[in-house]
Design a protein around this ligand. Structure first.
Ligand SMILES: *[C@@H]1O[C@H](CO)[C@@H](O)[C@H](O)[C@H]1NC(C)=O
Ligand SMILES: *[C@@H]1O[C@H](CO)[C@@H](O)[C@H](O)[C@H]1NC(C)=O
Length: 286
């Protein structure tokens, strides 16, 4: 049957825009996914995994971005306000965010005036960003600490960081778990900081687009959308070296990725590696 090239291009475009508007976040032992549709920048949320405090029971609404922590998740509504479920306190009601990121028991977001607003548990000042009046573009949260990227690409951290040296280079993006932080510098190299030497993630040269930090390993997306993971003796992520991915999110014993074709795949470090793949929008059990 004849298929017009235009139709094919349109289909590819739709698939890619689904992959791009999909928001996926692996918490510590659960995962939430926004099932994006081609016509909007949002969709309903589905969560699965461990459910100790209701962290896999999201409200039945349309959201644009989701982030998962230890026993909670939060998401941005289509009005850019935040809603959370599971074990998290002091969730702001009217504050509007461009993006939000969960740590273990707290979360921080970037407001529309490029400031940082944090909420949740505050044991070591992790919800109290510095009063430097910098403007920020991204924030990442760990265990009792948070770091943000200024609009110029510099890192500022607060909470318990034990005085570890921060990167002095400009970064494009950052990610965290516990006290482990990594970012991608302007040349595409992965640069890590935060933990003691033994625990610190290993830097890696390359042309990377994005990075996600897990408890034991780091995964990063190459410029050609293939995955690269390192750090663990036994990887959580037995990823396919030639498949193309749009997004990767690391949990503690699991990781999930959105492939360029819109499919979501999850890896789980159980007694046997379980590999789950499902069409976009289908919950994966593990
Ligand atoms: C993607 O890029 C990496 C790093 O440059 C390279 O090692 C890998 O072979 C490439 N993969 C494909 C499928 O082109
Ligand atoms: C890996 O991905 C490539 C490209 O998407 C695909 O052709 C191949 O079948 C996959 N291999 C496995 C083992 O799934």
């Amino acid at each position: 049957m004849f298929r017009s090239p235009l139709l094919l291009i349109l289909q590819l475009f739709i698939i890619e825009s689904i992959a791009k508007s999909t928001s996926l976040s692996c918490g510590y032992s659960h995962t939430c996914l926004i099932k994006a549709s081609e016509s909007s920048h949002g969709g309903p949320i589905e969560c699965w995994g461990e459910n100790l405090k209701g962290e896999t029971n999201p409200p039945n609404e349309i959201f644009q971005q989701v982030t998962s922590g230890h026993m909670f998740s939060c998401a941005l509504t289509m009005h850019s306000t935040v809603q959370c479920w599971g074990d998290i306190q002091n969730v702001p009601v009217n504050t509007k965010f461009q993006s939000i990121t969960a740590g273990r028991m707290h979360a921080c977001g970037i407001t529309f005036s490029n400031e940082i607003y944090c909420f949740g548990r505050n044991e070591h000042g992790e919800t109290v960003p510095p009063k430097k009046r910098s403007l920020y573009k991204q924030v990442a949260c760990g265990y009792s600490n948070s770091c943000a990227l200024t609009r110029d690409g510099f890192v500022e951290c607060w909470g318990r960081m034990k005085g570890h040296a921060l990167p002095q280079t400009k970064l494009k993006t950052i990610s965290a778990k516990r006290e482990r932080y990594c970012g991608v510098d302007m040349d595409g190299n992965v640069v890590c900081w935060g933990s003691s030497n033994r625990e610190k993630c290993e830097d890696r040269q390359g042309q990377y687009l994005d990075v996600s930090v897990g408890i034991k390993e780091v995964c990063a997306l190459h410029h050609n959308n293939t995955l690269d993971c390192w750090g663990a003796m036994q990887s959580v992520v037995p990823y396919n070296q030639t498949a193309e991915y749009h997004q990767i999110s690391m949990g503690v014993d699991h990781a999930c990725a959105v492939k360029l074709d819109g499919h979501v795949i999850c890896f789980h470090n159980g007694p046997n590696y379980n590999l789950h793949e499902a069409p976009l929008g289908m919950a994966l059990e593990f």
